[in-house]
Design a protein around this ligand. Structure first.
Ligand code: BGC
Length: 404
């Protein structure tokens, strides 16, 4: 069994009920009972081939993990996968969710600094509001790793682990290009864009990746945008909120499509926004189902894909993201300076990028994993990750973690 498969299997077995809330995108506030500090003694047997501790010298070390919110499905997975993998490698873990509230995230991280954690992993709510707090981390000699979202305007962040964010959008744009056969069909087709949270540095990358790919067809008039909303600012969705995306799409449909104008594509940057957009289309649009894009592989969206309400999602295996994060963290915690060479030791495909992610203060060295497209025709690819399984009727996918 490869290290990757072994980790996936072990996680599925050990996480059990701890992920019970994972598929629930509306499980209330993030505060109660979601701060978890586990001791290394409680950890499951090490999952790595090297006994889980090679180079990391985990004994007694604590990693502080700051996640944005439990209200967006993926972060539940990230938090739990990170926690499980770090504990299996022998680290103590302090995991906090901050209810999409930047003040709270600052406070939560300050608490971890006061607790003298040895490393901070942060998925920022607002990438530009953590500078002061991270200065404090730096003064306390606590290394900081930006997880999934880049942290802006600080030299206190050492590394960034994420996916190739521009490629996520590019895959969405290419999917639309290929589905509509834009290179051979005359069109014109109509498209509307829904992007993510302006406070999240990723959101611009996703939008630009998609827009740049489709721009030539927009410029030649083969793709029209009836609403005229074609800048990121015009289509951004605060907090990646499903409800806001729903409302925005309802307004767009009422203003520009109520006369029978055909909507061919709703390009949504991720699944939480696609969920709202698809809901608006289902209730307020009478024409044939348009192409709807997404990102993440959230359970509700995978159901919509089976039902033909969403067309694709760009999948990012966050269990792999956690695995790469663990390896980078181990190296940092053992006094090494991770670089390109680490890539060849990883069990998953990733690139080392020292050019793309400038946070306004410095270019942050980045390890970027590879996203890929999921449609109703290749859902088994998700099952093969070990993180999803078919339900009893073999119709929809569910998370292995929520049901074990
Ligand atoms: C993540 C996406 C996610 C979005 C909302 C982004 O930073 O990269 O995977 O859909 O946040 O949670």
């Amino acid at each position: 069994m490869t290290k990757k498969k072994f980790l996936a299997a072990l996680l599925a077995l050990t996480m059990g009920a701890s992920l019970a809330a994972c598929g629930d995108t509306n499980n209330g506030g993030d505060n109660a009972g979601d701060t978890t500090t586990a001791k290394a003694d409680d950890a499951a047997p090490a999952a790595t081939d090297d006994g889980g501790n090679a180079g990391g010298d985990a004994a007694g070390k604590t990693v502080g993990i700051a996640m944005p919110t439990k209200s967006l499905e993926r972060w539940n997975r990230d938090g739990e996968y990170l926690k499980a993998q770090f504990e299996q490698a022998g680290y103590n873990v302090e995991l906090k969710y901050s209810d999409n509230d930047t003040n709270q995230q600052n406070n939560d991280i300050q608490g971890m600094i006061a607790d003298k954690v040895d490393l901070l992993l942060i998925a920022a709510i607002d990438g530009s509001t953590l500078s002061q707090t991270l200065d404090d981390a730096k003064s306390a000699n606590i290394p900081v790793l930006a997880y999934d979202r880049l942290i802006m305007n600080t030299d206190a962040v050492s590394y960034y682990v994420s996916f190739d964010n521009y490629t996520v959008g590019k895959l969405q744009g290419e999917f639309v290009r290929d589905q509509l056969k834009l290179d051979s069909e005359a069109g014109p087709f109509n498209i509307e864009f829904t992007a993510g949270d302006p406070a999240d540095n990723n959101a611009g990358y996703f939008f630009n990746g998609a827009f740049d790919t489709l721009k030539p067809y927009i410029d030649e008039g083969k793709l029209n945008i009836p609403s005229g909303k074609k800048t990121f600012e015009q289509v951004a969705t605060a907090g990646w909120s499903t409800d806001t995306a729903l409302e925005n799409m309802q307004n767009t449909l009422a203003s520009y499509y109520s006369d029978g104008t055909k909507l061919d594509v709703a390009l949504c940057s991720n699944d939480s926004t696609a969920l709202g957009v698809a809901q608006a289309i289902t209730s307020d649009y009478k024409g044939d189902a348009p192409i709807v894009t997404g990102q993440d592989g959230d359970i509700a969206n995978l159901k919509n894909i089976v039902d033909g309400i969403q067309t694709m999602t760009v999948y990012k295996n966050v269990n792999d993201e956690a695995a790469v994060t663990l390896e980078v963290s181990k190296a940092i915690l053992s006094g090494q300076t991770p670089d390109e060479a680490l890539v060849s030791t990883l069990s998953v495909e990733a690139i080392y990028d020292t050019e793309s992610y400038n946070n306004g203060t410095k270019v942050v060295p980045s390890y970027l994993l590879v996203p890929y497209v999921i449609t109703k025709d290749n859902l088994d690819v998700l099952v093969n990750t070990g993180l999803y399984k078919w339900d009893a009727d073999n119709k929809y996918l569910e998370s292995t973690a929520t049901t074990t």
